[in-house]
Design a protein. Structure first.
Length: 275
């Protein structure tokens, strides 16, 4: 997280900082705010490091002063009505990011422009926007999450695929965690490569689509149940063994594993302990 933030502030020509020192400061903040840490699975203290320019002039130029601060906020379960799969509207007009832009950096500019398309998707009866780019509608992200597709590809291989970090995709920490977990299982092919909606629609029609889900900090994993593309709804399978399930086998397994790590039920090198 600190390395990614340093890459983001570098893009804005804000000052670099020592990531290890920042983590120690965050630990002290968490100790101070200990009484605000909620108990119970699904509850957490959300931690958001932030940096803004503080120069007292108005203009478009490199800032000579900046403020690095951290916001903490108690959070309840991301899904207040329960863990449920969502529907996506494939936006054929707007794009989240573009080559040479800042889509791979964590900054507010990447989110402000998504508000309007999100509102329009909700008006059409869908919960999130599926972002694509180009004439082939290459998949980018889902809402504010990284996107994963579990399918049998054109070669007949079982594969988990996510768009590559080509400068338009945010290098999500949860994304990296999902990839490392799935590769560690060694049960199917795991790829970072381009994939488009034509391939998804064809896989759906041919019964090769197994699961689609988003992954991000707050939600951890969000399964997808259907996608609207060019006037048609494509149903995305969840768990064929359990019609009541709101997640496919892979998404559900990843969600449980990451939650076990986050709550300390399973020891992990990813955990940062605050004593």
């Amino acid at each position: 997280n600190m390395e990614r933030m340093n890459r983001s502030v570098e893009r804005l020509h804000l000052p670099q900082f020592d990531g290890e020192q920042a983590i120690e400061c965050i630990k002290e903040l968490v100790r101070t705010d200990e009484r605000w840490v909620p108990e119970g699975r699904g509850y957490s203290l959300y931690i958001r490091p932030t940096m803004i320019a503080t120069e007292n002039t108005l203009g478009v130029h490199r800032a000579n002063s900046a403020l690095f601060y951290v916001i903490t906020s108690p959070c309840g379960p991301y899904f207040p009505t329960g863990f449920k799969a969502i529907s996506l509207y494939c936006d054929e007009t707007n794009v989240r990011a573009w080559p040479g832009g800042v889509g791979d950096r964590k900054m507010g500019a990447n989110y402000a422009g998504s508000v309007g398309p999100q509102v329009e998707a909700e008006k059409k009866g869908y919960q999130q926007v599926l972002w694509t780019i180009g004439e082939d509608h290459e998949l980018m992200e889902v809402g504010t999450m990284n996107l994963f597709v579990h399918w049998r590809n054109e070669a007949g291989e079982e594969e988990l695929v996510t768009p590559p970090l080509d400068g338009t995709i945010l290098p999500g920490v949860t994304r990296d965690s999902v990839l490392e977990l799935a590769r560690g299982w060694g049960e199917f092919k795991v790829s970072e490569r381009k994939i488009n909606m034509k391939q998804i629609s064809r896989a759906s029609d041919e019964g090769r689509l197994l699961e689609i889900f988003g992954a991000g900090t707050a939600c951890v994993v969000t399964p997808v149940s259907r996608i609207h593309f060019k006037g048609k709804d494509y149903v995305v399978p969840l768990d064929p063994a359990n019609p009541e399930s709101q997640a496919g086998p892979v998404a559900g397994r990843i969600y449980k594993t990451l939650m076990d790590i986050q709550y300390g039920d399973v020891p992990s090198k990813w955990s940062v302990l605050v004593n």
